[in-house]
Design a protein. Sequence first.
Length: 112
Amino acid sequence: RAVLAAQVEAARAADPGFTPSAERGRTLFTGSPGGGKPDSPSCTSCHGDDPRQGGHSRAGKPIAPLAPSVVPARLTDAADVAKWLRRNCAEVLGRDCTAAEKADLVAFLISQ
Ligand code: HEM
């Protein structure tokens, strides 16, 4: 997918040997890395443990599944993905995700 290729290219600018890992992406997605807001310690706080199922915003608004196998439009719009990763990494980690982290997260999510 174009969105993954762009994230990998960005990560390779910093580390030419970088290879994306869906497993690292899963670990970051389901973990609680710290540094973010107390009510959103993990991606799963809003998206739930299984990307094939939906989640809900902190206000309780439903969020459709992130898995492209369930919602084919997911991870197809690079600007949308960039916008939400910027916002959501700030929520969960209190900083931007690195290019490598973003590539791993996208590799995980598109595999779902
Ligand atoms: C959308 C990933 C944490 C709420 C998205 C999208 C991605 C994503 C990739 C856009 C998907 C697309 O349309 O292509 C992540 C990751 C997270 C994370 C990797 C952890 C670092 C959170 C948290 C919240 C949240 C903690 C709530 C505070 C939302 C909402 C949207 C969204 C409201 C937009 C609505 C929608 O697309 O259905 N997220 N997210 N996310 N995320 Fe997250």
